[in-house]
Design a binder for this molecule. Structure first.
Ligand code: UDH
Length: 285
């Protein structure tokens, strides 16, 4: 009967071991950012992914991870990302869901706001422990670069081909960052005030420091990643006005961020390979 069924499935669950902290057999991989793939072909190779989510069957993952991608009009990049990242995250035995947060057309892009929205919306679906915010155009080249949260916020794009695999400056905190739920709440998310390209990542770095945390980075030898070549998108011009905002991060942190976030969801799509949340986020004041 149903009761016995429940009991036996609980026993089965209890018997699963925890997944190891470092999954076995990880190493470098070959990637080409120029591949042409279709959603159909990616789905056919990832039949166990449902609404962008997957978890290991042989062990219990230590963290529940939401991957958040700020997005607009980069479908080709998204396909390349999904093609490589679903198998990558599965090799790492991650319990994860992918969220694509799409800004509606015709307004200036605001990457930080989309990241905040991803955090809020994913948090309504599940009790995620860990949030990894990734640009759609960065693909790691080594599976040892673990998509996991750590004791401190983690910057994971510290060795990108575009910058000759070097860190261009010490406080760089862009591309891919990982925050536990508590860490992200502690900095009140990102500022909502950065419209157009640049600055929001530097401001986030200052928030982390102002909140008394340090940042971590993986060893550069395993953090190598490729950026898909592209030109600056229309609607994402740098304003050059961010310097003042960046330097005053500590003062604004408590009033500008998750607790001052307004948006309007216009669509939610449960794609096999991701959940897409389309939002109106307004325009610069
Ligand atoms: N993004 C979009 N659509 C846009 C703008 C940005 O999806 O229209 C997202 C996407 O996830 C992207 C991220 O925001 O990866 C960061 O934006 P970006 O790729 O423009 O910024 P990045 O600093 O690149 O990575 C700047 C390259 C400018 C090209 C200059 C060529 N010399």
């Amino acid at each position: 009967d149903r009761n016995t069924e429940n009991v036996s499935s609980n026993i089965l669950k209890d018997e699963l071991p925890m997944c190891p902290e470092v999954p076995p057999n990880l190493g470098p991989m070959d990637i080409s950012t120029q591949i042409k793939v279709t959603f159909e072909s990616i789905i056919s190779e990832n039949l166990n992914v449902k609404s962008g989510c997957w978890k290991p069957q042989s062990c219990v993952a230590q963290q529940k991870i939401a991957i958040i991608i700020p997005f607009r009009d980069r479908e080709q990049h998204l396909k390349v990302w999904l093609y490589y990242m679903h198998p990558f995250l599965q090799e790492q035995q991650g319990n994860y869901c992918v969220y694509v947060v799409e800004q509606t057309q015709n307004t200036t892009f605001n990457r930080a706001k989309l990241m905040n929205i991803g955090f809020m919306e994913a948090g309504k679906d599940n009790d995620f422990d860990c949030f990894i915010f990734s640009d759609v155009d960065i693909i790691p080249m080594d599976r040892r670069n673990l998509y996991r949260c750590s004791k401190n916020p983690k910057h994971m794009a510290n060795s990108v081909d575009k910058f000759n695999f070097q860190l261009p400056y010490n406080t760089l905190f862009g591309g891919i960052v990982a925050f536990s739920k508590q860490q992200f709440l502690k900095v009140n998310g990102l500022s909502n005030m950065f419209w157009g390209w640049g600055g929001e990542d530097d401001e986030l770095y200052n928030r982390v420091v102002a909140a008394g945390m340090k940042i971590e980075r993986p060893a550069q030898s395993i953090a190598k990643s490729k950026m898909i070549f592209h030109l600056r998108d229309p609607g994402n011009k740098g304003t050059g006005k961010s310097f003042h905002l960046i330097s005053k991060a500590a003062n604004r942190m408590s009033i500008d961020g998750l607790n001052s976030l307004f948006y309007n969801i216009t669509e939610r799509e449960e794609h096999m390979l991701f959940t897409k949340i389309t939002v109106q986020i307004g325009t610069p004041e």
